[in-house]
Design a protein around this ligand. Structure first.
Ligand code: CTP
Length: 391
């Protein structure tokens, strides 16, 4: 899906918890996207899902001990580009934090010095013990590990609390994050996504068909490259990106208000949302009743991007333009009129297609972008923004 990920080597360490079954889908997902996966299991975890399942899904032998290779811990540690332990029991978490190597998994962690992701999953009381919290803090501080926050919900033990293994999508996103360079580290990025809605009455509105997919892809990929990202979204159908602040708004006026409040502290702002250019002049407090005909008077909405362009200080401002003809000329005109640093021009014919084709327009040049998916196109756009905003 994202060609840059092809051939990257992911080592997954599995310890004994009921959530092991979720890792089957994660391995499938990674393989499908062209990554290589090797699985390392503790003896106890093999009681939940058989190593054979992971052998088939990963296309590689599964490692549980040193029986096939006396240097397995070194070979696996050197092979991996990234190492995720999921689900990670409180027991294994504490052993890693205190540098114990009593099985192949914990010994491999000792021999490994690349990006380490740990996804604890356990009963919420077990995870909240002071000693466990201290071990988590030490893994983050002393080992530079990422400890992925468990999710809240009904746990396998029938108690409610924070202890569930994160979704496959979240784990996948962290793996990709750990594999990417971080040119946007320390930068704050604001993305807008989706469609605004302008209500006529309590149940009807004027809007458009934006799914939010491109805005969310830009959000995800900006996070992958190290940025701290906030996304302000109108209505959307696409899945919201994990691990970022999502602020939901309804109308263009609300979007303007939120974006302006966040604007001063941003380094980069990407306006991808499809903002309604008009809103009904009057909004009926009660549902409009049927009549022979109805005339709706519309008022121009504020142009958020134009306003940002006027109030720009040091922010790098990016707009989007959807065009049916004279794509490059029209987009460049918008770029100049709205005082942008970059605009991405998309032909209207691209709507609904899986492949992506568009142009990035810079101050004095253009670049055509083609990609197999919106996510991959978004990564290219974010990479260009990172390059242009590098110190
Ligand atoms: N935009 C905005 N506020 C609006 C309308 C658009 O911030 N009220 C932003 C969009 O998020 C996008 C860019 O402006 O980044 C699009 O510019 P626009 O001039 O509206 O172009 P189109 O949407 O392509 O529409 P048109 O060609 O009709 O002007």
């Amino acid at each position: 899906m994202v060609p840059e990920l092809k051939g990257k080597k992911v080592l997954i360490g599995i310890t004994g918890g009921i959530a092991v079954y979720k890792i089957c889908d994660l391995v499938r997902r990674l393989k499908k996207d062209g990554l290589e996966v090797k699985v390392l299991m503790t003896e106890f975890s093999t009681r939940f899902v058989s190593p054979m399942t992971f052998e088939v899904l990963s296309g590689n032998p599964v490692f549980t001990d040193w029986s096939n290779d006396p240097l397995a811990h070194i070979h696996l540690a050197r092979w991996a580009d990234t190492f995720l332990i999921a689900p990670c029991t409180v027991n294994t978490l504490s052993k890693i934090a205190t540098a114990q190597g009593d099985n192949l998994l914990t010994t491999t962690v000792l021999a490994y010095d690349g990006p380490l992701l740990i996804a604890p999953a356990a009963n919420h009381v077990m995870l909240s013990q002071k000693a466990v919290r201290k071990n988590i803090d030490s893994l983050i501080k002393d080992r530079s590990a990422v400890v992925i926050k468990p999710e809240e919900g009904l746990l396998a033990c029938d108690e409610e609390g924070e202890g569930k293994l994160p979704s496959v999508e979240r784990l996948y996103d962290w793996i990709v994050w750990s594999l990417m360079p971080k040119p946007l580290e320390g930068k704050k990025v604001l993305v807008t996504a989706g469609a605004t809605r302008e209500y006529l009455d309590p149940v009807r509105f004027i809007s458009n068909d934006s799914s939010g997919e491109m805005g969310f892809a830009l959000t995800r990929t900006a996070r992958w490259l190290g940025a701290e990202v906030t996304v302000v979204a109108g209505s959307f159908r696409a899945d919201p990106p994990p691990e970022v602040d999502l602020i939901e708004v309804v109308s263009a006026s609300q979007m303007l208000e939120k974006v302006l409040a966040l604007y001063p502290e941003q380094d980069i702002v990407i306006m991808n949302s499809a903002v309604a250019d008009f809103r009904p002049t009057d909004r009926s407090a009660s549902k409009i009743k049927k009549e022979e005909s109805l005339t709706i008077k519309l008022t121009r909405n504020p142009d958020i991007l134009e306003r940002l362009g006027r109030e720009k200080k040091n922010q790098f401002l990016v707009g989007f333009a959807l065009e049916t003809e004279n794509i490059l000329e029209n987009a460049r005109e918008k770029m100049e009129r709205k005082n942008l640093d970059m605009i991405v021009a998309n032909p209207a014919s691209a709507i609904g297609s899986r492949d992506y084709r568009g142009w990035i327009i810079y101050k004095d040049s253009e670049e055509e972008i083609t990609a197999p998916s919106k996510l991959s196109a978004a990564l290219k756009i974010i990479e260009r923004i990172a390059r242009l905003t590098a110190p």
